[in-house]
Write a new protein. Structure first.
Lengths: 327, 327
């Protein structure tokens, strides 16, 4: 009998969506809670809450003891989206207007703040053991995501960013949050430090793979399936894994070409294909693929430190599904 | 022998200031931690952390077990200042540039977010008992302050705000935070629910008195001692206790005069004296004084539900000192 992991994931997402729909119902003032509801019911992969749930199960627990914590990490994630979209001056998110465009700057700041608070409120509901550790992990996730976003903003005005600096930034901005989800799930279910650490290692490596995959998809995705225009990172002049690695490998002429991207704060859409060919020529697409593979293998490897179970198989499926994703 | 309460307060403030100075030292990135340091070392009354400390003592505990929690509530308070100043478009705070003016919008949003996270981090350090209750109180304080700020913003564009609506707003925006400080202090020190509630009641009533006193000082303060120009609330067109109460009591002609304040989104500095005389004539200054007295007496009364101690005397001194303050 083969387990349909995808169906298992979809089922949990349905349960979570129902919770998100009911979570902030009837709360006042509307000026605060409507923007909160708007963002939290706007979909998304719901990967982070699923990581909490499945990690709890992999550590010997039950989904039922982890739903509030799962909701909490998604609220925290949505807080970062609302505030990051303000800072990045983004107009669209998941095909809809961003919160600050739809409701204005002040409600966007305030509803982001409120999402953090409601996240803690929900997290606390599930804290029956390891409470201090759970709260420290969650809080550390929040601190590192702030630090990561600051580094990301700094990079916009830093002339040369090294690959190590970039990797530290995505670790803080993305990977620590995935680690936190896995550790919180584990801490809800077990006191076994080795199992908690193993799931944390899975999460951080998965997060790193996920983010580099994000950079890669932005330029190599199938336009039909991607959901937004391919090449946006170059158009915005963002310093991605591919861009930084390309600068490292380029000769003088190619380097000049690459530096134009940041000097002009981005390129035109019609130049995307040219830069894509340059990335391919310099071998940085292959570099990204092997980096993603390395982190994914590390993630899968850390699961061997846990007892075999269906939940572990689900985590393996998830890691493999993420590197095959089209958007 | 009389205790010098003022000296006791000053001593604790010195200890707290030292902590604030050392708290974020050497942390990176500077783009995130420098704005955090800037606001947290910019002075202020440090009332909230003092409430935590003295409440812990009044509930039978020691200052030494409450310093991290005291730091936490001040960090949370400073987060509200940073984000509120953005929303209120305020240029100055404590005689210095506000964070968003000095560092820009994005660092101000992000350092505010980070202050919340560091607040939780510090709070957790002192959680040796009643952990869930402490975290719920703290989190509820954060939620209500967001709700209060939303109501406050709503009021700017609401034609008629009732006194009850106003009192609910300041309860959420100011008084719940003072209650939280007292309850957190108590929860660190005792499991006695009656004592915890009594200190909470002290805090919420003190907070209400404090905020109405704030409204009163804004128009009735001694200009020499006040530190900023008297009448700012009228100039900004804010709906304060005095303004809303005046509207309730005014006849048709006075009402027209009062409505000009909000219709024109504020008055000129040279009209302040005229409106001050109107407030006096309508008796709303007296109304505010008796409202402050009522809340202060309620605060003092709730202390009778706790065993007599020097800490209780300090709380009484504090409540009386606050209603006599000049700024």
């Amino acid at each position: 009998m083969t387990t349909d992991y995808s169906a298992q994931y979809e089922e949990q997402i349905r349960i979570l969506e129902k919770r998100f729909n009911e979570l902030l119902d009837e709360q006042k003032p509307a000026s605060l809670y409507e923007p909160c509801r708007y963002i939290i019911t706007s979909g998304g992969k719901r990967l982070r809450p699923f990581l909490v749930l499945i990690s709890a199960k992999a550590a010997g627990g039950e989904f039922n003891n982890a739903y509030n914590a799962a909701v909490a990490v998604e609220l925290l994630h949505n807080f970062t989206l609302v505030h990051d979209d303000i800072m990045d001056k983004a107009d669209l998110r998941r095909g809809r207007e961003t919160v600050h465009i739809k409701y204005g700057l002040n409600p966007a700041i305030l509803s982001g703040d409120n999402l953090v608070a409601i996240a803690y409120k929900n997290l606390i509901l599930d804290c029956k053991r390891n409470t201090i550790d759970i709260l420290n992990e969650f809080t550390n996730g929040l601190i590192e995501v702030c630090e990561g976003q600051s580094y990301d903003t700094d990079f916009e005005t830093t002339e040369s960013v090294t690959l190590d600096e970039y990797l530290l930034m995505i670790r803080k901005k993305t990977a620590v949050m995935a680690m936190m989800c896995c550790k919180v799930g584990a801490l809800l279910a077990t006191d076994d430090k080795k199992h908690i650490e193993a799931l944390g290692d899975f999460g951080i490596n998965l997060g790193m793979a996920f983010q580099i995959q994000d950079d890669l998809l932005d330029i190599m995705a199938d336009q039909e399936k991607f959901g937004k225009k391919v090449g946006g990172d170059l158009v915005e002049g963002k310093k991605t894994f591919l861009y930084i690695r390309a600068l490292e490998k380029a000769d003088k002429a190619d380097k000049e070409k690459l530096l134009e991207v940041t000097r002009n704060k981005g390129i035109d859409w019609n130049q995307v294909e040219e830069y894509r060919q340059l990335y391919i020529k310099l071998g940085v697409i292959d570099d990204a693929v092997s980096e993603i593979k390395k982190y994914t293998e590390n993630a899968l490897g850390s699961l061997n430190r846990l007892p075999a179970s269906e939940a572990i198989e689900t985590l393996k499926w998830l890691a493999n599904a993420l590197i095959k994703r089209a958007k």
